[in-house]
Design a protein around this ligand. Structure first.
Ligand SMILES: [Cu+2]
Length: 167
């Protein structure tokens, strides 16, 4: 009895001491990345990247950088008390095991501030995602997918710009 009890305890301790299954940002799969061209005078850009986590542990993205912009952030859209859609910075982005972070106009997106040059159709934007220990570089083609709709991102460069509703 005493022996099996000790064995059980030893097993439990061994299980608890195991490190959590390691999932890395570098093993995420990237689908359908694109960035919108900027309008004349516009210094903010927007990009969309679908990140699929096929690993058996969640991945939390804590860093986002681009050599083409001074600052890059994850943004979500939320509805405020007056029914107006507003963007909100998300300091980190967690992708559960087996799940996908889907980005699209009006939803989760990547926002680039102080672009060093305008984004033109055919350009390639470079993003670098980080989970604190590993990094994932992603090439994002600049594509004019909004030719039919409004090209401007809800957060305009002019302070008077009103945010508009979801696309
Ligand atoms: Cu935004």
């Amino acid at each position: 009895m005493r022996l099996s009890h000790n064995l059980l305890l030893t097993t439990l301790v061994a299980l608890l001491a195991l490190p959590a299954a390691a999932a890395s940002v570098s093993d995420l799969m990237v689908h359908g990345a694109w960035a919108a061209p900027t309008l004349p005078g516009q210094t903010t850009g927007v990009a969309y990247v679908n990140l699929h986590n096929a690993q058996d542990a969640p991945v939390t993205l804590t860093g986002l950088q681009s050599p083409e912009a001074k600052r890059a952030e994850f943004h979500t859209h939320t509805m405020d008390a007056h029914g107006v859609m507003r963007m909100e910075k998300q300091p980190s982005l967690t992708i559960p095991a087996g799940d996908m972070a889907q980005m699209q106009p009006g939803g989760l997106h990547i926002m680039l501030f102080d672009l060093r040059a305008p984004l033109k159709e055919g350009d390639t934007l470079h993003l670098l995602f980080s989970d604190g220990s590993a990094q994932l570089p992603v090439d994002v083609p600049v594509e004019n997918r909004r030719a039919e709709g409004h090209g401007a991102h809800p957060m305009g460069d002019k302070p008077g710009d009103k945010p508009h509703h979801a696309h």
